[in-house]
Write a protein that binds this ligand. Structure first.
Ligand SMILES: Nc1nc2c(c(=O)[nH]1)N[C@H]1C(S)=C(S)[C@@H](COP(=O)(O)OP(=O)(O)OC[C@H]3O[C@@H](n4cnc5c(N)ncnc54)[C@H](O)[C@@H]3O)O[C@H]1N2
Ligand code: MOO
Length: 415
């Protein structure tokens, strides 16, 4: 009888993933760079701002002219001009003078601070009273305060968020070098699997859940879904499809057939693929034990368990990190912890030694406390996932968590 051959712990699988090299780089225009991962750092080619800018509406002044000013003893300044937005000022602020300036306007020569308009009042057409002092530099952004020239503005391995695009825009960087998106083929196998759009379902058949779930997860993880297919339990057809798909995809995700039954062909498919190397057959987690990881040349091959809940959890726990790694995403603990929430368990979570339990949980808030309640149900039940917000991991050598204890909840993306 076939046995699981190379059962690994979750940590061992993650360390294999961590050693995968990133894909090659390509150029991306700013407009299309959202969500892409930088392959090299971006240094500021010029300072931001590149001129001293007012951060308040008011008057550009010499700070020392306002020292000691108060409501009862205001400083009197002569208004000698106005700074026009988008222009280099044609006025210079001498001692005892002020220039009208708007937020974002360029500080004129001679001035070193801006008094907010609320802290002034007009005395006559040309004179203002300043009722509060300002310190040098107050209400002004100096050259390079935001980003000095030459500073690393964005690190390699950063997935570009809207605010990162803003940094690139401010710097006038039109094109960035990013890591190519992994192209992923998604295949479901099984004689019982029929397309999701099948209207009238014959007994014994089930609609294909995994292809659409996994494809959506690939897109969420920054991958590009290429070919999708349902293939019957036929070794020749499966092997032919996989060989073909691996030619022009970086990753192949094959769900179903990864266990040890007579119709579970995934291992045999691998045998038929040139340059394949089995890295894991079986992971000590539940659900998800029948997971296969292999390299085929420079490509990654994942055999996911057929049960929909298992496939999705294995994707979240391993395939997503794999796609992130291929995109060169920095594996920094702050990024990895961004999808984690601390919550209090509502029920005991028993577990057994020797495997990690990935328990689906739903979050709820009561009296300001975030609660995690397990969503029980077999891994064949897709509704358990849709009711869950994420999962709690009970590690291999822990015998469960008690109700009331605080746990990490790993959120499913897109929640
Ligand atoms: N003797 C043993 N039997 C099983 C074991 C084991 O260790 N020893 N493991 C069980 C576990 S756990 C799982 S999970 C399944 C995984 O098996 P496979 O990866 O080989 O998947 P299949 O047998 O092809 O399918 C399992 C189940 O999932 C349904 N399925 C498959 N693909 C889809 C799809 N695209 N959409 C919807 N549903 C799908 C399929 O109909 C089966 O019901 O093995 C256990 N058995
Ligand atoms: O991996 Mo099975 O996924 O425990 O249901």
């Amino acid at each position: 009888m076939t046995q699981f051959l190379k059962v690994k712990t979750a940590e061992e699988v993650l360390s294999i993933i961590a050693s995968l090299p990133a894909l090659s780089e390509e150029a991306a225009d700013l407009d299309l760079a959202h969500g892409r991962v930088l392959s090299r750092p971006v240094e500021a080619p010029e300072p931001v701002p590149h001129f001293p800018r007012a951060t308040m509406d008011g008057f550009a002044v010499r700070a020392r002219d306002t020292f000691g000013a108060s409501e009862s003893l205001p400083a009197l300044l002569e208004v000698s001009g106005e700074v026009l937005m988008g222009r280099e000022p044609d006025v210079r602020v001498e001692s005892g003078r002020a220039a009208i300036i708007s937020t974002g306007g360029m500080l004129p020569e001679g001035a070193d601070a801006v008094v907010m308009v609320e802290h002034t009042q007009p005395l006559d057409e040309r004179t203002i009273e300043v009722t509060r002092p300002v310190a040098p530099g107050e209400n002004v952004l100096q050259v390079g305060d935001d980003l000095p020239r030459g500073r690393e503005a964005l690190p390699a391995g950063r997935r570009l968020r809207p605010q990162d695009l803003g940094v690139l825009a401010a710097l006038g960087v039109k094109t960035v070098q990013v890591v190519r998106r992994p192209r992923v083929a998604v295949v479901s196998t099984g004689d019982e699997i029929v397309p999701a759009e099948t209207a009238s379902l014959p007994k014994g058949k089930v609609r294909d859940i995994n292809t659409c779930v996994v494809a959506a997860q690939v897109a969420e993880a920054g991958g590009e879904v290429g070919r999708r297919a349902i293939i019957i339990d036929d070794l020749d057809r499966l092997a032919a499809f996989c060989r073909d798909a691996l030619e022009d995809h970086d990753v192949l995700l094959l769900s179903g057939g990864s266990s040890v039954g007579s119709r579970d062909h995934t291992l045999n498919v691998l045998d038929r693929l040139p340059q394949s190397e089995l890295l894991a057959h079986g992971v000590a987690i539940r659900p998800g034990k029948p997971t296969i990881l292999a390299r085929v040349g420079s490509k990654c091959f994942w055999g996911l368990p057929g049960q929909p809940a298992s496939a999705m959890i294995v994707f979240t726990a391993f395939v997503r990190p794999c796609l992130e790694r291929l995109q060169g995403l920095r594996w920094d603990s702050t990024i990895r912890r961004a999808n984690v929430r601390r919550a209090v368990l509502t029920t005991n979570l028993p577990s057994v030694h020797g495997r990690a339990d990935y328990v689906r949980v739903a979050l709820d808030e009561k009296d300001g406390i975030l609660l995690a309640g397990p969503v029980f149900g077999k891994s064949a039940m897709i509704s358990t996932l849709s009711r869950a917000d994420g999962f709690v991991v009970v590690p291999e050598h822990v015998e469960g968590f008690d109700a009331g204890s605080e746990v990490d909840v790993f959120l499913f993306a897109g929640g």
